[in-house]
Design a protein around this ligand. Structure first.
Ligand code: SAM
Length: 310
């Protein structure tokens, strides 16, 4: 970890050397957004606008990101505790493995890396990237920009960064929609990560195309996400646990059953491993090997793609 602590809010911190051109001010909080179980209005149902899923509900495309924002604003303060409770701490092992497999940080004779963590939430991946760069590769210059559509989640990340003394020149937080990554220049990122975020995005192909756009040629896209469990008997137990225990825990620990109900429904709706690998390829990235690697019987998987050099 860095010797230079943060002295002020990261959301308005000065941009880091390598991300200078891409760090703006944070956008508005989502605290006034509707909750996860708000019903679509009559107009929502009658409009000809395309619809999508929000967990097991069908909603207008334009409403999904608002509903998702409502979920994450609601869970932001309990998110880290709930992750540990729901996964018995296993999410930490998956995240450690994810980051180790990417081996971030400057290589001998090379440049520091510019890492973009999308849907970065409370910073779990961003912090691990910096820790690994420094401890394993002796690199104190690689930077991480942690982006999310939800300012409440980023604020929790900011608090953690300050509490743990991370260097504001190396980590910054910014509100960005994964579908557009508006403020991120083309061909500017060495490593794009998205952990447990992609299933919440309304138009996933659009987010994948944005990832390709911002990556440098040869840059790496890496996604950690829940996936399909096998063999079938294990999946049956997992489904039972997900649908009966997790919403109940959400209610007991965080006082919020609906948001956790959405989270398990959104996991169920996410495409199978091979289908998501094909979506990555369709966005113009080259799959690494078969495109994905399963963790813990497929409860989660890691997908990787590379932006072609041409
Ligand atoms: C389950 S959390 C994951 C947070 C963190 N990456 C982790 O692994 O702990 C999912 C995050 O995705 C964010 N998110 C949802 N839709 C998004 C979008 N369209 N663009 C950016 N972030 C989004 C949510 O706000 C939330 O913080």
């Amino acid at each position: 970890m860095s010797a230079r602590p943060l002295s002020r809010g990261l959301l308005s911190a000065a941009p880091s050397k390598h991300l200078r051109s891409v760090v703006p001010r944070v956008a508005a909080s989502h605290s006034t957004l509707v909750g996860p179980n708000s019903s679509p209005s009559k107009d929502d149902r009658s409009s000809s606008e395309p619809v999508t899923h929000f967990g097991f509900q069908t909603v207008k495309e334009s409403l999904k990101s608002t509903r998702v924002a409502g979920v994450f604003s609601s869970v932001a303060s309990s998110y880290d505790t709930m992750n540990d409770v729901m996964s018995f701490g296993i999410h930490r092992l998956w995240k450690d493995h994810f980051v180790r497999s990417l081996n971030p940080g400057r290589r001998p004779g090379g440049q520091p890396m510019s890492i973009l963590d999308v849907a970065g939430g409370t910073g779990d991946i961003a912090f691990r990237m910096l820790d690994h760069s420094e401890k394993v590769n002796g690199d104190r210059e690689t930077t991480v920009l942690c982006t999310d559509i939800n300012a409440d989640m980023l604020r929790e990340g900011e608090k953690r960064a300050i509490q743990n003394g991370y260097d504001s020149n190396r980590i910054s937080f910014r509100v960005e929609n994964a579908e557009t990554l508006e403020s991120i220049p083309d061909n500017s990122v060495d490593l794009y990560t998205i952990s447990f975020g992609i299933r919440n995005v309304t138009r996933i192909p659009m987010a994948l195309r944005a990832a390709r756009r911002v990556l440098k040629p040869g840059g790496v896209f890496a996604c950690l996400e829940f996936s399909k469990v096998s063999p079938a008997p294990l999946d049956a137990i997992y489904q039972q646990y997900s649908f009966s225990i997790i919403p109940l825990m959400g209610q007991l620990v965080a006082g919020d059953r609906d948001s956790y109900q959405y989270l398990v429904e959104s996991i169920k709706r996410f495409p199978p491993q091979s289908e998501f690998a094909r979506m990555i390829k369709d966005a113009g990235l080259v799959n690494v090997g078969k495109g994905y690697k399963e963790l813990t019987f497929g409860i989660a998987s890691i997908w990787k793609g590379v932006k072609p050099l041409e």
